[in-house]
Design a binder for this molecule. Structure first.
Ligand code: ADP
Ligand code: MG
Length: 226
């Protein structure tokens, strides 16, 4: 019974999401159709139009890509990993991009093992989303501090603190709503997807922020017993 309830709840959220995705994709498709129609009628498609068409296609691709991560949870395989190494991999991956933006990563990692049961690629996706948001919020550079600590004997706490523009207090409840974005090229799916993945790992994701000071994302995950 409980399982059924959970499943039906899931269905409605997936249904809502699908409606959102359809809506978000229809806009760029309408633009694309308009340009092709223009070409058919006037043969006046220029380089600027083609550029716009390409960026609309990229946008569709981005939305579908993020949506797919949610759409195939059956494919997940949980394995025992040390979360410090997964986070470390993502930091190395984004290091050169951060450098280009005058951003430095500072890491403070727990000395002891942080073994968890996880789907590595999903967690990587979460860390990429969170670190990219931090980078995107820091147009004038600065430091991103990444800490890993044992919160209590049963949980590991990862915190990512940026020195970016911050989020107004009244916007914080909107975080995690699909398609909430203030970026020209944003999808507004990153936080929602990340929250779902962390929930799937029986953890929590919390965001604290102050305008002009910065944002802190705190992820807590259950540790495996030693
Ligand atoms: P996207 O990055 O595509 O906009 P996200 O779901 O990742 O979508 O983030 C949604 C919104 O939350 C962002 O557009 C931004 O307004 C806000 N946000 C998220 N992380 C941060 C951060 N570290 N600093 C400031 N704003 C943030
Ligand atoms: Mg994002």
């Amino acid at each position: 019974m409980e399982e059924l309830l959970r499943r039906s709840e899931k269905l409605t959220t997936v249904g809502q999401l699908a409606a959102g995705v359809a809506h978000e994709i229809r806009n760029p498709l309408t633009t694309l159709r308009g340009f092709l129609q223009l070409q058919l009628e006037t043969k006046r498609l220029n380089a600027q139009h083609v550029d716009l068409m390409l960026s609309e296609i990229d946008r569709i691709n981005l939305i579908v890509g993020e949506f797919l991560i949610l759409a195939k949870p059956q494919a997940t395989r949980f394995e025992e990993k040390d979360v410090r190494f997964i986070l470390g991999d993502v930091i190395s991956l984004l290091d050169s991009e951060a450098h280009l933006c005058n951003i430095e990563f500072l890491t403070v990692f727990e000395q002891a093992e942080c073994r968890i049961s996880c789907e590595e690629n999903q967690l990587k996706q979460v860390f990429i989303n969170v670190l990219k948001n931090a980078i995107e919020a820091m147009q004038s550079g600065g430091q991103i501090t990444i800490e890993v600590r044992h919160d209590d004997p049963h949980h590991v706490k990862l915190s990512i603190t940026d020195e970016g523009i911050g989020i107004p207090e009244d916007r914080i409840p909107m975080l995690g709503n699909p398609f909430y974005t203030d970026k020209d090229k944003g999808t507004g799916l990153g936080i929602m997807v990340s929250q779902r993945i962390i929930q799937g790992h029986h953890g929590t994701l919390e965001i604290q922020s102050r305008v002009g000071v910065g944002t802190k994302v705190i992820i807590t995950l259950p540790l495996l017993k030693p």
